[in-house]
Design a binder for this molecule. Structure first.
Ligand code: GCW
Length: 675
């Protein structure tokens, strides 16, 4: 059905010429399908080829004729495939080799899951219209832990979810396993995701109860053949809520014993359980600070209980406190940086890409590069909490590439955020990336057709943080909308400009956190009456008669001082900071001369106009695809773009009207006031 359910695994029939070329090369396969992961790989191969060339390959005992695909982890296969190196535990090689004169495609890896990834890669070649002659591909993930974070509550409400209820149907588990769980696992494995945290970081301790663990076990069984481990969130006060203890103090022996017993119990039920994710002392969550203990003391207590099982603990650095008057930008660094080197080996500190909160644009988080003795993992938000939920089209690949390619200058020039997270702090240390999922029980999974691209791109960046957003968009567009260049080019063009459009109509020139209160949908730059100062948009833009922007230089909050000296130097001066970050770090006069030659006020208005204009352009591009893609998906995208255009206009007009009441300046020539 043309409803988007199949995601990027649509396996549409190839054109007849391509079909004729490919078919003789993929007539049969050889694989040890008695192993569950290899069986899953073989199933996918059959499904994909049946869809694309109209015939599933048969299975044979050995390579004895032309047109074979050998799927293997065996030494002999490696011998023939030429012993490709650099595969690691999860990488793969795809190579064409002659076996007694018969051209054969080898998909080899050192592990079953590596083979599974290789098969998905092979299918991607066909899906994206590439040749499968003389293959010689080697690929391996650069990060070890590649996980989704579901902010899913046990009542199936998804915090910041815009795609319906949680797909985890706890009431019917463990006896009923929705077939969707398999498709979820396939989609994730196809992009290399190897773990999933099932529950919300604003955790409910009940997930750790024995009855829920049976349900988690059922999900783990579905995911195992796809190389996906389950993880859970742990509420720090669970020893009180579930264990009946008086305290959750991490240094209390009874608390330590409770966690040890609980974690042992989890591993009895789920032997390959991945580990725990904790949000502590942030936005009202309990944590070690309640007992005057540090984040390291809290994390280490749980990490010690996980270590004998090789489990990991992901401890979030997203903290800011109501009683703390320090610039919110600074708080995570202030609390965590001094703890560098104090965390156990199996702890990963999970850091959001920016220091505030998943804004359309933020500078990179100053913790990256600043904790060389602590494994830091990246946290991106796939769900678009601050970027127009599921209706606004915003491809996040460009945003993630921008964050990952930012130079931290720590320890030296070229130490990009990507390098920081890719480089283990010592041999064997963990590395990782987490993405807050945008998945729900909507038929199309993500709430819109184009939001599937963000799930897809997240997997690709978790596999390779040095990947580029453009080629990822192109692969996704081909797999999702077909290989016709008349479709691919406009779709990729729309995607690549889409996030900048959102920045322009919501928070141009380095503004941030101006969304309406609570739900974060639509403009609210005027809001100033919330109890906590750092929840009010006025705290972030600081517009006054003189100008606009948050002075975070040494003259102001000095959040800038948390970055390396090279960054401080470049960004400390309004003339040398990239203009897209200007108002994040500087309070600038309304008549400040910007790069375009316009004064700041005129430039601001021009940016808002550009954002709305870019959405109009996307609408026109999409109209041009009528009849070139299926009607159902086309119409949905058309409608969502209409919503986006209406709301981009709302953002622009409301923001300009509000800021004009402060700047008291005339609208620049060329700006059309609202009708
Ligand atoms: O982005 C903010 C959200 C909260 C979220 C929090 C966090 C899960 O508004 O809904 O809580 O961040 O990341 O912990």
């Amino acid at each position: 059905a043309e409803d988007g359910y199949d995601l990027w695994l649509r396996y549409q029939p190839l054109e007849s010429a391509a079909k004729a070329r490919v078919a003789p090369a993929v007539r049969y396969f050889v694989a040890s399908t008695d192993r569950p992961i290899i069986a899953a790989a073989a199933d996918e191969l059959k499904r994909g080829l049946a869809g694309m060339i109209g015939a599933a390959p048969s299975q044979r005992e050995k390579i004895d004729q032309a047109g074979g695909i050998l799927i293997s982890t065996d030494e002999v296969a490696f011998e023939v495939a030429g012993r490709p190196s650099g595969l690691g535990d999860e990488g793969y090689a795809i190579r064409t080799r002659n076996v007694s004169g018969k051209p054969t495609i080898f998909i080899v890896a050192h592990s079953d899951v590596g083979v599974l990834y290789g098969v998905f890669r092979f299918l991607r070649l066909l899906q994206t219209g590439q040749s499968i002659d003389n293959l010689d591909i080697i690929d391996a993930p650069k990060l070890k832990v590649r996980v989704l974070n579901h902010w899913d509550n046990l009542d199936r409400h998804v915090e910041r979810g815009y795609a319906g209820l949680s797909i985890w149907d706890w009431q019917k588990l463990p006896l009923h396993k929705d077939p969707r769980y398999v498709d979820y696992a396939r989609a994730n494995a196809s992009i290399g995701i190897n773990g999933t945290v099932l529950t919300n970081v604003n955790a409910n301790a009940d997930i750790l109860r024995p009855d829920y663990l049976q349900k988690v076990k059922a999900l783990a069984e579905v995911f195992r053949p796809y190389g996906i481990k389950v993880y859970l969130t742990a509420r720090f006060s669970a020893p009180i809520e579930l264990g009946g203890l008086k305290t959750a103090d991490p240094l209390d022996p009874a608390v330590q014993a409770w966690w040890k017993a609980k974690i042992d119990e989890i591993y009895t039920v789920i032997p390959d359980f991945g580990g725990l994710l904790v949000k502590a002392n942030s936005e009202g969550q309990p944590g070690p600070a309640d007992y005057k203990r540090t984040h390291a003391e809290g994390a280490n207590m749980m990490a010690d209980a996980l270590a004998p099982h090789h489990g990991i603990l992901m401890w979030r650095a997203f903290v800011y406190a109501a009683e703390n008057a320090e610039d919110r930008h600074k708080q995570a660094y202030t609390e965590f940086q001094p703890l560098d080197g104090e965390f156990r080996d199996n702890v990963l500190v999970q850091v959001k890409n920016g220091a505030i909160d998943f804004q359309p644009r933020e500078p990179f988080h100053p913790l990256f590069g600043a904790m060389p003795r602590t494994p830091l993992m990246m946290e991106f938000q796939i769900t678009k909490e601050y970027l127009g939920f599921a209706t606004h089209l915003a491809y996040l690949g460009t945003m993630w590439e921008e964050a990952l390619q930012s130079d931290t200058f720590r320890p030296a020039r070229g130490s990009t955020v990507a390098k920081v997270i890719e480089t283990p702090i010592d041999a064997g240390a963990a590395t990782g990336m987490a993405g807050v999922a945008n998945i729900g029980s909507d038929r199309n999974w993500s709430g819109s057709q184009f939001d599937q691209a963000n799930w897809y791109a997240f997997g690709r960046f978790a596999w390779d943080p040095d990947a580029k957003a453009g080629p990822i968009a192109r692969d996704w567009a081909r797999m999702t909308w077909g290989n016709d260049p008349a479709v691919v080019e406009p779709v990729v063009g729309m995607m690549m400009g889409s996030r900048e459009a959102v920045v322009d109509y919501m928070t141009p020139l380095g503004l941030g956190h101006l969304m309406a209160t609570g739900h974060h949908y639509g403009p609210g730059p005027w809001v100033s009456d919330l109890a906590r100062p750092e929840w009010n948009p006025v705290y972030y833009h600081k517009a006054d008669a003189a100008g606009i922007g948050f002075d975070r230089t040494a003259r102001g909050s000095d959040a800038l001082g948390q970055y390396a000296p090279e960054v401080v130097e470049a960004w400390g001066n309004p003339e040398t900071i990239p203009e897209k970050l200007l108002l994040w770090f500087h309070h600038v006069p309304w008549d400040y001369r910007t790069k375009s030659g316009r004064i700041l006020w005129d430039e601001l208005v021009t940016r808002y106009d550009a954002g709305v204009g870019a959405v109009g352009k996307m609408q026109a591009d999409w109209d041009g695809l009528r009849g070139k893609v299926d009607t159902a998906r086309w119409a949905e995208v058309r409608d969502f773009l209409a919503i986006q255009h209406q709301e981009a206009t709302w953002w622009r007009d409301a923001s300009i009207a509000y800021f004009q009441s402060i700047s008291k300046r005339p609208l620049p020539a060329g700006h059309k006031p609202p009708a």
